[in-house]
Design a protein around this ligand. Sequence first.
Ligand code: SF4
Length: 384
Amino acid sequence: MFIEKNYTGLYIHVPFCVKKCSYCSFYSIECDEVLLTRFRSTLLAELERKTAGINIGTVYAGGGTPTVLPPEFWSEFLSTLDDVADTSDVLEMTIETNPGAVLPGVLAEFRKAGFNRLSIGIQSFISGELKTLGRIHSPDQAIITFNQARDTGFQNIGIDLMYGIPGQIPDNWQSNLKKAVELSPEHISCYELSIEKGTPIADLINNGELSKPSEEHCREMYFLADEYLKEAGYIHYEVSNYAKGDENISRHNSSYWNRTPYIGLGPSAHSFDGKRIRSWNVCEIEGYLSMIERDRSPVEETEELDSQEIALEMLMLGLRWKAGIDIEEIEITTGFRMNEQYLDRMVRSGRVKVSGSRILPTTESMLFADGDAANLIEDLPKDV
Ligand code: SF4
């Protein structure tokens, strides 16, 4: 399993969708032609401003729904990137899409624009579940979009699935996993539905019109995915992510987990220098557009992480993915040592393994990464 850190990832947040899903708390609004036109110009300006001379290793167009911008725009975007940044090491260029948000034939154009990986937000193959989530597509459209992507030459396709949907039982989840495996994507993400305050689905749950599956059922579905997908030849390399072999692990997302630097473009996008500094853009579209149109930086806030925050973050991220985390690296970077008693307990109970200086999580411990991370550095002296 690779751990690369010698490049910068580029993330582009396109904050437009055809229609807002009932559970979505990401910053996105419904498509508006005037705003989309302005957004195209500001995104190119921000690209030039932030990536000049930078060694970019991965590109990820997400959102929102980045395929609401036409392939010609992405061609121009990627050729501008080639002009301003060092793209000689680019390994992976991903664009997200949703079934129902792409016209037949258009996927070939995104491929031609330069994207070599497609991530499709399928979420479920069951009509009732898609309806509960407020998705705009049907199960058939999901399969058609996947097959079109394959036919147009995408050899690296990821699909997103969701469990913990109101009304879902483990049998439904198993049938979704079965359909996913039949399509044979290179990558499958399985996210538990998180109910965020203020979303329509949260209101329906609060009113008693819907109910979320119990924690026990959600945990059962997590382990079911682990078992089913491993059996089908996928490796469970991160708490929510499965790949058909190491070569299909999402390199861009791995940047977040191993603290590789990344640059974010678009409203609400975050950037990180790979060490201590994190910043994020203004969230709301009008504010973002007008800052760039006035030749001002769209960065809203910058924070500098202290050593304890870095140690905690390294542990939380490291305990969530198969490559684990190097204890010596944490000590050298932050001065924090591990709580050996707690680590011993974790090892003795079989929750993690230790190999050399690395802590390696198990399927079970990936679920408890946040709590374990806090306990592992709790109350320890700060050396730097
Ligand atoms: S398609 Fe994705 S980003 Fe857009 S509303 Fe639905 S969940 Fe949110």
